[in-house]
Design a protein around this ligand. Structure first.
Ligand SMILES: [Zn+2]
Length: 263
């Protein structure tokens, strides 16, 4: 416990010294926001019992092409049924960004939590459930359109089936997004990995070229790969960030500027 509070103090200092932080957000951020991790063994088991197929089979591009009705049954029931509200950790991240500390957020989560929390500069490697598109005419559709449609959602412009805005199994992450993510991490003066572990493919890939000594992992569960991080804090991210992210300064200067503009 004492060791952990020492780490918290050191990380807090590091944030104060850094101005080019990249934040990698894992599934823990979704769970803290009230979501389920459908890839956890418990959930996988429950879903397999219910649908007689594994979630990765049902979320694959093959299944989407071959059994579109079944795909959307699963997608609507299990992926987009709950409206998630950003966990408190997002408030701290927003403050970190306002302080000019964050260069990029990178995530594989696709529940739109980052946007609804008001974060900018987010690389969504696996897309976003909110941004759906008709592959034929390009018309965009909100997640509610998918939710409220019966069976396979159909474009109201050209009648083509609408493509969900997230990456499916068997599809590759867009090259440009990957390059952006890797470059951002390579140039970062600090990396914060939140709510996942160093075994996560996104983390492995993105941090592969990072040569600094400020890779901080904050996550609830211990993992044998934790040693690949420079600093590790085991707790809920929403518990830790308030302890390490500085408060926003009170800005009398801003009032002056407003007055000047008025004059
Ligand atoms: Zn269309």
């Amino acid at each position: 416990m004492n060791q952990q509070s020492g780490t918290i103090e050191r990380v807090k200092k590091m944030i104060a010294q850094s101005e080019n932080i990249v934040v990698l957000l894992g599934i823990g951020a979704v769970i803290e926001s009230g979501g389920e991790n459908i890839w956890s063994s418990r959930e996988c088991y429950r879903l397999e019992e219910k649908y007689h197929k594994s979630p990765d089979e049902m979320m694959s591009v093959e299944y989407y092409s071959a059994r579109r009705d079944k795909f959307f049954e699963f997608y609507k029931n299990e992926i987009i049924s709950d409206v998630l509200k950003p966990a408190p950790l997002y408030e701290d991240l927003k403050r970190l960004q306002k302080l000019g500390k964050v260069k990029r957020f990178i995530t594989q989560n696709y529940y739109n939590l980052e946007h609804s929390a008001g974060l900018d500069d987010v690389i969504e490697l696996h897309g976003n459930i909110k941004f759906n598109i008709c592959p034929r005419c390009g018309k965009k559709f909100d997640v509610d359109y998918i939710k409220n449609s019966k069976g396979v959602p159909i474009c109201d412009e050209c009648s083509a089936p609408i493509r969900p805005g997230i990456l499916l199994f068997g599809e590759k992450i867009l090259n440009g997004l990957m390059t952006d993510a890797v470059n951002a991490c390579e140039d970062a003066d600090m990396i914060m990995v939140l709510g996942t572990n160093m075994y996560d493919n996104m983390v492995k890939f993105c941090t592969g070229n990072y040569n600094g000594e400020r890779l901080v992992l904050i996550t609830k569960e211990e993992h044998y790969t934790d040693r690949y991080a420079d600093f590790v804090i085991h707790d809920k991210v929403s518990n830790v960030l308030p302890l390490i992210v500085p408060e926003l300064p009170v800005k009398p200067a801003e009032k002056k500027t407003t007055q000047k503009i008025k004059k």
